[in-house]
Design a protein around this ligand. Sequence first.
Ligand code: CU
Length: 477
Amino acid sequence: MQKLRTLNRRNLLIAATAMTAAHSIPHFPAAATSAAQPTRLIVDRRTVEVDGRAASVFGIRQPDGFPGVVLGPDQPFSVSVANRCGEATIVHWHGQTPPVLQDGVAETGGTIIETGAEQTYNFVARPGTHWMHSHHGLQEQALMAAPLIVRTAEDLRADMQEVTVLLHDFSFRPPTEVLAAVAGPRKAAGGAASMPGMVMTTGNAGPDLNDFDYDAYLANDRTLTDPLVVRAAAGTRVRLRLINGATSTAFWIDTGALDGTVIAADGNNVRPVSDRRFPLAQGQRLDIVVTIPKDGGVFPILAQREGDARRTGVLLASAGAAIRKISGIADAIVPAIDNSLERRLVAMAPLVVSPAGITHRIALTGSMMPYIWSIDDQTWANHVPLRVRKGQRVVIEMSNRGQMAHPMHLHGHHFQVVALDGAHLLGAVRDTVLVPTNSSVTVAFNADNPGRWLFHCHNLFHMATGMMTELVYEDVA
Ligand SMILES: [Cu+2]
């Protein structure tokens, strides 16, 4: 049973609501645990029910079943991970900027956690909406992921109910079969869809979308057949902490009848931008504030797969509002996600970027047939590291030369988006940026965290087939 680590009356209410829902994962990360005691996380297998059918998946949970970690202001990231999942693993703290050996990545020096073993982590936590996921094999596809929320004093002062939503793409098939299907020979006929239900491009010039026909799309482990219903009082504000934990699915977030205001991207505050539809690539997070109207009602917050009609989501409902059924299939297909929102984002706290710098220009390469993705035509096995020196300003210009979009994620740093297709901007500070097909994106950051750091596409199957390199500080290489 979930402990009520509550902060105020409203949060107590929310926690109580979560507990009434059968097999729900709590959607509201409650208050922090004591700074003196590391938060214990157990990685194990669990059973979830997806549209009435049981599935064995992974979980990253506290002993009481609470998924992931929530830290309060100025709390250190002090966590122990006990691996009871029956196979070796390593958990990456996506969005955090720890010393490299604590990044949760074996390729750059982290220690694999064998099954039965336990490992501790301790570093200064970075505020914001982040998440954790396996960085080992294909475990992320089997839901080895959880929220990692670090709240600020300002967050606590804001009179807003917080609702964390972790999105997934889900298959009853084992991850290795998913990869085999994705990378298999089915695309031989010039990229045409040959799998029932598979959605490909909307036109010859469009990008290739959606490699795999998933069985379901999940929001906090649930589909719209039995969605999470969050009670939210009429006239109050709700801060949605949205995390795209899907391995190979990008979503359009749809706030429906409510105006949504983006206040943070990948955990970094941005100048408020309002809209009702927001693109969210794999690995990315958005914090969106909505206001429940004074006369109340039920307000679905939906995530619809790009290039598809399928969707998932949660419902915000005021007291007494009758819950209506929302179909998991939308009336219309939505297009591929793009950088329309990215163009409008302005960092609240721009990075102070060192004057002297180095620019790396890289091409995002690879193909559908054979299904191999790469950087400058090199897969991870032959990767050429991006070399930097501590204290430098680093600029990375990425040009996408392939047929699929790539959400590129840099470990250990947050960068600022400084150009989209050559047009300069002082955009969002974030750790994962979408590089659409036939597009270029330039990011800049301070080389302030020595080590070797992975830099890769956050489409798990692009990464698994090679689309990964590393940033290497020369003094440590
Ligand atoms: Cu990719």
